[in-house]
Design a protein around this ligand. Structure first.
Ligand code: HEC
Length: 205
């Protein structure tokens, strides 16, 4: 008797079962994740991005920051992400519910940024660092993003976001270096990156 059709059906069924298990299993596990309520403020976390942060996220994507930075605190016994101070807990699917696409990244030439807003909350620091990473972080090999800033004549009042540049970087007298709209949006996005809220039932690592 020719058993070939039977073999074919059995193979097809096992592939279909594996595929369905993968799709529906993941869907059951992750499809219904909801924001968590902060026990102190009752705010929902993560909060949705603001318009400005979303614009900054587009700049982050366009400038290729993902080539060197992940947004994912890894857990597990053999991982030092938490010791490095990149976050108080490992990342969880809930952290990404407002992200389309998710900018998790996989290359880590620089530190993980998923909690950079909690780690470095000074706007002026971020602007200086983007203008020239060597100013804030001597020896850094991150590229400069000087083209996101422009030099202008100081008007009646100096711009409150003008960069505090000294020495070789200082603009000529009467001028100031200010962030462009793209730089302002990018820094708003970075300052908003904070997934340090606790998620009940999540192991610390
Ligand atoms: C070629 C790799 C590379 C690229 C591209 C890159 N970075 Fe970095 N980044 C680094 C390295 C290396 C460091 C660590 C040294 C430093 O602080 O400058 C760093 C550090 C940082 C830090 C400080 C992190 C901390 O924990 O102190 C921030 C914020 C940051 N980068 C943002 C960005 C943004 C935003 C972009 C895109 C506009 C970007 N980086 C593109 C390599 C890169």
């Amino acid at each position: 008797m020719n058993r070939l059709p039977l073999l074919f059906i059995a193979l097809l069924a096992s592939f279909a079962a594996a595929w369905l298990g993968l799709v529906f299993g993941l869907y059951r596990e992750l499809g219904g994740v909801q924001p968590v309520s902060d026990p102190f403020t009752s705010e929902l976390q993560p909060r949705p991005y603001t318009e400005l942060e979303l614009a900054g996220r587009d700049v982050y994507r366009a400038e290729g920051c993902i080539a060197c930075h992940t947004q994912h605190v890894r857990g597990g016994r053999f991982n030092a992400d938490i010791e490095r101070g990149w976050g108080p807990r490992r990342s969880h699917p809930i952290d990404y519910i407002h992200d389309r696409p998710i900018l998790m990244g996989r290359s880590r030439t620089g530190p993980d940024l998923v909690n950079i807003g909690a780690r470095e909350a000074r706007r002026s620091w971020h602007h200086l660092h983007l203008y020239d990473p060597r100013i804030t972080s001597p020896g850094s090999n991150m590229p400069t993003y000087r083209y996101l800033y422009r030099k202008q004549r100081i008007g009646d009042e100096p711009d409150p976001d003008a960069l505090m540049l000294a020495g070789e970087h200082a603009p000529p007298p009467g001028y100031e270096v200010v962030p462009t709209d793209r730089a302002r949006a990018l820094v708003a996005y970075l300052l908003g990156l904070d997934r340090t809220y606790p998620i009940p039932g999540t192991p610390r690592r």
